[in-house]
Design a protein around this ligand. Structure first.
Ligand code: PHE
Length: 467
């Protein structure tokens, strides 16, 4: 062990109440995995993998996770743990101690603003799963699919999109749960929720994979679609999609992982934790594909795009298999839980910052900040109906929020954090967070963080902006 750099505000860690942080490293890993696993894994990954050449895309995606995402994830957790403070203060403290400009703290501001905006529409989409859970449990969804189930389920989805009140209800429920969990703090709120949700989610997903394989006999075809490499479908744009998705799915770029890292005490290896988080996240993405595609293929359906796949296509399969209602309910519950693990992590840094600024109690701050996010979310709700013709550059308010955050602000946050930790913090400071400060793991990580992450993300950013 080398001695810790004395100039660092490590004692800042004590600024967190002793009972407030994660109680163990495994609790931290579960919470961070809960953040990483979300709508991105279950709704987006299977589809983009299938469309971009299956196994060929998965290979590029894994490379992006390892060379771009994981190094950034380690860097973010490290910023949090090194200082033990909320992201803006952590960045300011580390920059000052390293003799750099305090302006680096703006990464924290950028993250809070991006998180605020992402949460507003992510919660609306997460609300759809609650609506579908209700439709399933009340027996409405699968009641009578009629002669043309595809048309029936498209109608159900259309009705939901056309109804601002129902969309608002789902969005409100997700925000209320998010505020309720975050207002109890990291240990009593986030840790307790993710300790139950993440294992439950994994169990449900395993169950669904087995169920889909057994009832349809199409496991092999799904596995081929998802995993067999077809390099002819792999384009430059697929590679950029993989890079963007690797960052989004690991929840980097908006300081959520910095905030969680600040509550991770001890001297355990951040690298090992980050790999565990990335491993769980990838496992869930692959399992989601292996649960969904057998059902899709067995019913002669198209592995269609985005929301359609989960809310229109999949119910057709559920209507057709034994015990379908129960399975559908399990699936939509899984989706809601996955989303909730993500919403609380995005909300945590927003609340920490607001708490500090306004000096209010956590419950009060969470309620007010949650109310503000909720209000912005209404713009997304209305984008699907009343405001569907209100467009900026051909995009609805929902599209603008989604594209601006996921395609521009989030990659920018990753880029800046990688440059700050990789190029602006002294190697001796970051090395102390590794079990062996002179070992290969540290050198490999630093190399990837200085070149892989900024290089890959900058290319993706330029690609999107040019397109
Ligand atoms: N990682 C989450 C997902 O895959 C989304 C998310 C992004 C959560 C950024 C927190 C921060 O759905």
């Amino acid at each position: 062990m080398v001695s810790r750099a004395p100039a660092l505000p490590r004692s800042g860690r004590q600024s967190l109440p002793a009972s407030g942080g994660f109680s163990s490293r495994s609790a931290f890993v579960l919470a961070a995995a809960g953040s990483a696993v979300g709508l991105g894994n279950i709704w987006k990954f299977p589809y983009i993998a299938g469309e971009n050449g299956g196994g060929a895309f998965v290979l590029v995606y894994l490379a992006a996770i390892l060379a771009i995402g994981v190094p950034a994830l380690i860097a973010e957790i490290m910023v949090g743990r090194l200082s033990g403070k909320r992201p803006v203060a952590a960045l300011a403290g580390l920059a000052t101690a390293a003799g750099r400009s305090r302006r680096w703290r703006s990464i924290g501001w950028l993250g809070a603003v991006t998180g605020f905006a992402i949460l507003s529409f992510y919660s609306v989409v997460a609300g759809w799963s609650l609506h579908y859970l209700w439709l399933t449990l009340s027996g409405t969804l699968l009641a009578d699919p009629g002669a043309d189930p595809a048309a029936t389920f498209a109608r159900h989805f259309g009705e939901l999109m056309a109804d601002p009140r129902r969309l608002t209800l789902g969005h409100t429920l997700i925000m209320v749960m998010t505020v309720a969990i975050v207002s109890r703090g990291v240990r009593a709120g986030i840790e307790r929720a993710t300790r139950i949700m993440v294992p439950a989610l994994l169990l449900l997903l395993f169950g669904l994979v087995v169920y889909a394989a057994v009832t349809t006999g199409e496991f092999a075809r799904a596995a081929t679609f998802l995993l067999a490499p077809d390099f002819s479908k792999l384009s430059w744009s697929s590679v950029m999609t993989a890079v963007g998705h690797a960052c989004f799915t690991l929840s980097v770029g908006m300081t959520a992982m910095m905030a969680y890292g600040a509550h991770l005490g001890g001297s355990s290896s951040i690298g090992t934790s980050a790999c565990a988080v990335a491993g769980l996240d990838t496992l869930v993405a692959l399992l989601a594909g292996l649960a969904i595609f057998p059902l899709v293929f067995a019913n002669g359906l198209e592995p269609g795009a985005g929301p359609g796949l989960l809310f229109v296509t999949l119910p057709i399969a559920f209507a057709d298999v034994p015990g379908g209602a129960l399975v559908a309910a399990a699936f939509f519950a899984l989706l809601a839980m996955a989303a909730l693990g993500s919403t609380i992590s995005v909300f945590e840094p927003v609340v920490e910052e607001a708490e500090e600024r306004w000096g209010w109690s956590r419950p009060r701050t969470a309620a007010l900040a949650g109310g503000a996010v909720w209000l912005l979310g209404i713009a997304s709700v209305l984008s699907f109906n009343v405001w569907s013709d209100v467009k900026v550059l051909g995009l609805t308010p929902y599209d603008v929020l989604d594209k601006l955050t996921s395609d521009v602000l989030l990659p920018l946050g990753v880029l800046l954090a990688a440059v700050f930790v990789g190029w602006r913090l002294p190697a001796a400071v970051t090395a102390q967070e590794f079990a062996d400060p002179h070992g290969a793991a540290f050198r490999l990580w630093r190399l990837a963080l200085r070149y892989g992450t900024p290089g890959g993300v900058a290319l993706a950013l330029i690609y999107t902006l040019a397109g």
